[in-house]
Design a protein around this ligand. Structure first.
Ligand code: FAD
Length: 421
């Protein structure tokens, strides 16, 4: 548990290639330095464990994303002591406009931050390095759990595996390294999304999420990221078996040509980046959370939310829960302590995912979305409740369900929306 290995590679971001790492044994090896991996690495290194953080990319690196940070991400960044650093760099909006398929607008308030992932993930990885984690570059090919010995982490270009008392898989939606561990129940993604950046003087200073007909079952977004630049993208949920190949480029082109705000931005664009696409693993499903001494966190574990496609905050939350369990297992030399991680996820996070999954199915039915949006125009209470979905103070099923819709038909329903405790 000493931090001598900190010198094994230079601090941000001269990541030494993992193939040249002399130490091969760590308390914890974290595979993937996205929000989940870096959060777990930082928290474990904070406790004094010898932590190796590995990523196949040289940092800082880009990541295809909408770049939006909502309440859960803001809370987790605060927990890591990074919130002021993020607020300093981020674009801050206080308004979020959701539009229904019939283009009825619902403005909702709250704090929303956008920060390009190149910057956000670099801050998080630097936080892990500052805490004492060794940060190296290497592509993890396979993670092998063991109930009696160390976990083995096979890395491209390295003849001998790295070993760890506990390994954490945080490679995002690409979870192939867990295939041999027997943890990967569904290798295919559950959603796909694409985005590009555009610079234009004609955009809004608020965020837009459009449940537009061009992208159902999914939504398109226009998120300002500062400096007259907008992250415009769309995501589509696949059927449960991950089948179907939506043409995201055509969908996004159609949205940009037809949606007035997007059309206005594009008409005065001075710079447009190429489009980038990525798979998503949503719904907290498709991957076991613990096998012997291997733990999956973040999007590898399906941490992205089905309704909103937000996953940064929830990935960090799984990492926080996992780091607590791993820390206990390392301190007590008892792997059974890892079981508190799935237990905590089931108790604290599962209800949110189930609610989002159900709400996502309802929100994909255009007449339902339009009806709810029209009702919200005349009801501050309903607007607040819809905002509460983003801030996790509303159970989405209170709106997007048979019961929810029936209650909206009543002229003055008593106790319309309950707050989640
Ligand atoms: C287009 C799009 C828009 C999105 N918009 C938002 C949004 O606005 N807000 C939000 O909250 N969420 C959004 N999401 C979801 C969000 O991107 C993910 O939930 C989040 O990035 C998951 O974090 P993570 O740390 O689990 O994985 P990732 O962020 O994917 O990080 C995984 C890391 O592992 C590394 N890696 C991968 N394979 C290997 C390997 N074999 N060996 C070593 N390293 C490896 C990668 O280089 C990467 O650095 C969006 C997703 C997409 C695709």
């Amino acid at each position: 548990m000493n931090k001598s290995s900190k010198t094994a590679c230079q601090a941000p971001f001269g990541q030494k290639p993992a193939g040249r790492l002399e130490d091969s044994f760590f308390d914890a090896v974290v595979c993937g330095a996205g929000p989940a991996g870096s959060t777990a690495a930082a928290l474990l290194a904070d406790k004094g464990f010898r932590v190796l953080l590995l990523d196949q990319a040289a940092f800082p690196r880009d990541k295809v994303c909408g770049d939006l940070l909502v309440a859960d991400a803001i809370r987790s960044l605060d927990r890591l002591g990074l919130l002021s650093a993020v607020r300093e760099k981020a674009f801050r909006a206080e308004k979020f406009v959701a539009t229904s398929p019939g283009r009825v607008e619902i403005p909702v308030g709250g704090e929303y931050l956008t920060l390009k992932r190149r910057e956000l993930d670099a801050l998080l990885a630097a936080r892990a390095v500052e805490a004492g984690a060794v940060f190296c570059k290497g592509k993890v090919e396979t993670v092998k759990p063991s109930a009696t010995g160390p976990a083995k982490i096979f890395v491209a270009g390295r003849t001998e595996p790295l070993t760890a008392r506990v390994a954490l898989a945080a490679t995002g939606a690409r979870a192939n390294c867990l295939r041999q561990a027997g943890m990967l129940e569904k290798p295919r993604p559950t959603a796909v999304a694409t985005r590009f950046y555009v610079r234009s003087p004609a955009g809004p200073d608020y965020l837009v999420a459009a449940f537009d007909r061009a992208v159902i079952p999914g939504y398109a977004w226009i998120f300002p990221v500062g400096d007259d630049t907008y992250n415009i993208g769309c995501g589509v949920f696949l059927d449960q078996n991950g089948k179907g190949k939506p043409n995201l480029k055509n969908m996004l082109d159609a949205f940009c040509a037809d949606y007035p705000l997007a059309r206005g931005i594009m008409a005065r664009a001075t710079e447009v980046s190429p489009m980038g696409g990525a798979p998503m693993r949503c719904g907290l499903s498709g991957c076991g959370l613990v096998a012997d001494n291997v733990v999956s966190i973040g999007e590898t574990a399906g941490a992205t939310l089905p309704l909103t496609g937000e996953g940064i905050g929830k990935s960090m939350e799984t990492a926080i829960f996992a780091a607590e369990a791993v820390s206990r297992a390392l301190l007590t030399h008892d792997l059974s302590a890892l079981e508190s991680y799935p237990a905590r996820v089931e108790e604290k996070l599962r209800p949110t995912y189930d609610a989002h999954a159900l709400a996502q199915r309802w929100a994909s039915v255009a007449p339902v979305s339009d009806f709810i949006a029209r009702r919200a125009q005349n009801s501050q209470k309903l607007k607040d409740a819809l905002a509460g979905i983003m801030h996790e103070t509303t159970d989405p099923r209170d709106i997007f369900s048979v019961r929810g819709v029936l209650r909206l038909l009543l002229p003055r329903p008593p106790r319309l929306f309950r707050k989640k405790s």
